[in-house]
Write a protein that binds this ligand. Structure first.
Ligand code: GTP
Ligand code: MG
Length: 195
């Protein structure tokens, strides 16, 4: 998609505040600090549109961005950050689950993992949940710039194995630092977002 305009629309913690205007949307989910907000900025070539931080737990609400006034990208709070108090974790979990259950226009969830690490039980849980509800999953392994070329194949196969991905399911390698993987990911998102 050629991004002609990209705007922050609103931030919501509960369903009554979600945008009502019907537009196809794709949401971005993954562990805290994995690089969800950075990935959105890289897709949009718009540094700072989605707020990022080196401290986990930056995105604490559901943020909606409108692209070309015709579709939405949705930045979800991260999960799995140990230092977040239990009651906050529970409320974020609920927030994400409510969102995923309620959005009729949700075309897919981009599940982002860090290519350097084994996906965690929470990653597996999210994936199981998406599969259970029949929500299309686009799996992205980001921070590819942090790996040596020689480590890539091994890390990619670890991610695929732990997430139990079928051989034909694509895994998109990505880097927000050098924009590797941006075009292939956009091609897939175009298929999902454009009629
Ligand atoms: P929460 O909102 O806290 O859940 O985090 P997030 O998943 O939105 O992560 P965010 O985009 O804020 O990035 C977290 C940190 O990782 C920041 O310091 C980013 O600069 C860094 N980062 C994100 N993507 C990449 C990448 O592809 N390569 C490298 N080297 N660093 C990255
Ligand atoms: Mg974020």
């Amino acid at each position: 998609m050629k991004v002609l305009s990209a705007e922050f629309l609103l931030s919501a913690v509960s369903a009554e505040h979600y945008p009502r205007h019907p537009m196809p949307e794709v949401a971005f989910a993954g562990r805290s600090n994995v690089g969800k907000s950075s990935l959105i900025n890289t897709l949009l070539l718009h540094k700072g549109l989605a707020k990022t931080s080196s401290t986990p737990g930056k995105t604490q609400a559901i943020n909606f961005f409108v692209i070309n006034q015709r579709c939405m990208l949705v930045d979800l709070p991260g999960y799995g950050y140990a230092k977040v108090p239990q009651h906050v974790k529970a409320s974020w979990g609920k927030m994400i689950e409510t969102y995923l259950q309620q959005r009729a226009w949700l075309r897919a969830v981009v599940h982002i993992v860090d290519v350097r690490h084994e996906p965690t039980p929470l990653d597996q849980q999210l994936r199981d949940w998406l599969l259970h509800y029949g929500i299309e999953i686009v799996t992205v392994a980001t921070k590819a710039d942090k790996l040596k070329r020689s480590q890539r194949a091994k890390q990619v196969s670890t991610v695929r194995r732990v997430l139990e991905m079928a051989p034909e399911e694509p895994l998109y390698l990505f880097s927000s630092l050098n924009r590797e993987g941006r075009q292939p990911l956009w091609s897939r998102l175009d298929e999902l977002l454009l009629p």
